[in-house]
Design a protein around this ligand. Structure first.
Ligand code: HPA
Length: 271
């Protein structure tokens, strides 16, 4: 990892006017429309930012949005980087490290995930209370950068209990179903076989997806407070598995997005 590369991107963004972000937001697959609620002050495509990886998947448009949401100065990543696209863990978490250097203290993340807990329904949301990293790598392997964080970061509360509780209160108030559960990762890009869903469920996952965990590991290394929500786009019953198309996943995520937006805006107002 090269601290100078992080510093260079940070300088560039500060020079563009990203001066006082308080909260970072990572928007998942099909969830980019939350940005419509942002009073956008600056819009910076990833390709303009030195050292930023570029998005390759069509459903991710790849830009940083700086502006006001829920009365706070936020910096949103519309489009993230996935291991299945061929990015290294270091590339995947690079933007999060830059966001931290720019001054954010809280990171909110969203993703699309498959529901393995059969009590959860397609289109509903799940607060991630914990995760199981099943990627073969993590972003902290190799030499530790002490300027970013400690060699052996604690993970006893990777997802803030306080923010999770706040989100629950908001969900109740807004009449939104918010399940709680463990997110387990799969590399993708293929979805899982019935046997794999059975295994991932047995391991302790309530929902499975291809993102979020690397970013949260890097964020916790830097002691950012994290809160993450999955949109459950498909029901993964190994004994009754139906075919799923990515178009359906994106459509369901887009439909659920209004609920997610309500929750995130409510939470930002309270942070
Ligand atoms: N598996 C992995 N990732 C996913 C799924 C799934 O079933 N659904 C949405 N993202």
């Amino acid at each position: 990892m090269n601290l100078e590369r992080i510093a260079e991107s940070t300088r560039f963004l500060k020079g563009k006017g990203v001066t006082t972000p308080q909260i970072g937001i990572v928007l998942g697959t099909g969830l980019g429309n939350l940005v419509k609620e942002i009073k956008v002050e600056l819009e910076i495509p990833y390709e303009q930012i030195p050292n930023f990886p570029l998005s390759t998947v069509e459903s991710h448009s790849g830009k940083l949005l700086y502006g006001v949401l829920g009365g706070k100065q936020i910096l949103a990543m519309q489009g993230r980087f996935h291991a299945y696209e061929g990015y290294s863990m270091e590339e995947i978490v690079f933007p999060v490290r830059v966001l931290k250097q720019l001054g954010i203290e809280v990171l909110l993340l969203s993703n699309a995930a498959g529901a393995m807990n059969l009590e959860f329904k397609q289109g509903d949301l799940m607060l991630i209370t914990d995760h199981i990293n099943k990627f073969p790598f993590n972003p902290l392997l190799g030499k530790n950068e002490n300027d970013l964080g400690t060699r052996f970061p604690d993970m006893h509360e990777a997802y803030s209990i306080d923010l999770g509780n706040k989100l629950h209160v908001i969900a109740k108030r807004e009449g939104v179903v918010l399940n709680r559960g463990v997110y387990i990762s799969a590399e993708g890009p293929m979805l899982e076989t019935p046997a794999e869903y059975r295994m991932l469920r047995t391991l302790g996952g309530d929902a499975v997806g291809m993102s979020t965990i690397p970013e949260v590991i890097a964020a916790r290394h830097m002691e950012l407070t994290c809160c993450a929500v999955s949109v459950l786009t498909d029901e993964c019953d190994p004994n009754n598995l139906k075919p799923v198309k990515i178009e359906d996943i994106i459509a369901i995520a887009a439909k659920a997005e209004k609920k997610l937006t309500k929750l995130f805006v409510g939470l930002i107002e309270e942070i």
